[in-house]
Design a protein. Structure first.
Lengths: 303, 303
């Protein structure tokens, strides 16, 4: 049997694509290692997904999962090892079995890049966060540190400064990588923000919640009291197995047409955080999933 | 006072933009004639908005409305009469008052174009529909008519033919306007679809549900028994007051950059069904609303 469509990924984008594909009456299989994607990592309730005032990532995922199951979409929870184009169809190899399809939607998401220091995992959701937009508002009148002096770190710091009383940007290099304009704006308009260079992070410590971070600067070991630590050192799109099959950006994101979700390879579409869309948000990923499924429907009907 | 942002429209796109704008700590006002947009017209439960297996348009709108109110976003239910660019800011005139802002998101949506025949309003949700994707699956093994022989009508008919036992396409002109490729595919691969030309629709009749349509063809009055009537004669983007302020497509949709939601005018963004995005779906409108708000945040921080 050759499926009309195989969707790879069980996060918001993949699930939405599955709901829409079924609605379009496509023979569709959704595969992925496990349900949830990044939503499962949200340390606080999600407040910006339209329709739910507050909901945990786990609960929202459960609702989406049930909706997909209820629609009768075929789902396999298994890791995809390889996707190959063969003439006019695709071969998708899972660890257990292989399947064939006329089209593919890649919705494998991404994961935040971890710092890898003591206390980072331990205090996740108790002061440590990878998502400024999600968790920033919890730090009103608190002291926070942003780890990473790139564009994202500077933007996070500016965002946080409208809540926090003090924001440190800690950069490991001898200079920050943020744009000059961002640096100038911060130094002239954001008195709450202080940049510290050549920081070698050692650990994050606390009691119930984060209380301080410990780093080396030159020969000195410095203990900085903070209430929150925002780690902004990039993210890792789950695109490695698609390298060579579709074109990637220099950040390893899958390049897509923002209107149709087409990739550089005919018959392959991508949606959600694995794509090179700028806004990494649940509802945006869902919107892209819907668009990708509609594009697949059009693509198959044109053939 | 000059707001950072005024969002025009109280449908899914405008509400989501409001939620995100507040999250970004922008001074934001959301205005619109009334809550809901097209969601209020859904004749059956929505089944393809991720997170809700089945929900009425009214209930989903209520949830989004409450979420916006809960966040403390300022909302005014009033019609926007005019938007003018003045130097570096915008003047938004409501019927009651006027306001100023540094940026604008237009999310005024669109409405389906009505046929304007007897029975059309009366049987809405009881056999008459404007949304194939929403209502098509209800017509399994039934006879349906699609009004309109354009591209949308042909695509609706093809979609419906996977559910219905018979699909008529009724076109008022002497030939259909759908693409040749669409016509060829339908005539060769879709035996269930029958095209009738030069149809002058008269009325839609029934009892509890639609039972038949009445039309004139030449001198004859024809009564065609059908269970469903899908009206596919286009939609009307609510863009007329923005004509001259931003560039519109030949369908009067606001042209946007699909990545950033920027319009042709600096400081004005657009999202949802009023834009020239191809996929008119609630979750896609929400995703665009989120993207537009994030773009506004970036825009204001660059100034």
């Amino acid at each position: 049997m050759i499926y009309d469509l195989i969707i790879i990924g069980l996060g918001p984008a993949g699930i939405t694509a599955g709901i829409y594909a079924k609605r379009q009456n496509l023979d569709c299989l959704v595969v992925g290692k496990s349900f949830g994607g990044q939503m499962m990592n949200k340390s606080v309730d999600i407040e910006n997904y339209p329709g739910f005032e507050k909901i945990s990532g786990f609960d929202l995922m459960e609702k989406m999962r049930e909706q997909l199951v209820q629609k009768g979409v075929q789902i396999i929870e298994d890791e995809v090892l390889e996707v190959k184009k063969k003439d006019n169809f695709f071969k998708v190899t899972l660890s257990s079995k292989e399947f064939h399809s006329k089209s593919i939607i890649i919705a494998t998401g991404s994961s935040y890049r971890c710092l890898g220091v003591e206390g980072e995992n331990n205090y996740l959701g108790r002061g440590v966060s990878y998502c400024t937009t999600c968790d920033g508002p919890l730090f009103r009148n608190k002291v926070v540190a942003v780890i990473g002096g790139g564009e994202a770190g500077f933007e996070a710091a500016r965002f946080l400064s409208s809540y926090a009383s003090k924001v440190y940007i800690l950069e490991k290099g001898i200079e920050v990588l943020a744009s000059k304009s961002n640096q100038e704006i911060v130094s002239s308009l954001y008195p709450k923000i202080e940049v510290i260079l050549e920081v070698e992070m050692k650990k994050i410590e606390g009691e119930e919640m984060v209380k301080k971070i410990v780093f080396k600067k030159g020969e000195d070991e410095i203990i900085l009291p903070v209430d929150g630590v925002f780690i902004q050192i990039g993210y890792v799109p789950a695109s490695s197995i698609f390298n060579g099959l579709v074109d990637l950006s220099n950040r390893n994101e899958i390049l897509i047409n923002k209107e149709t979700c087409e990739t550089s390879t005919q018959g392959i579409f991508a949606a959600g955080d694995v794509s090179d869309g700028k806004v990494k948000q649940i509802v945006v990923a869902c919107g892209e999933g819907a668009k990708a499924a509609m594009s697949v429907y059009k693509y198959l009907n044109k053939k």
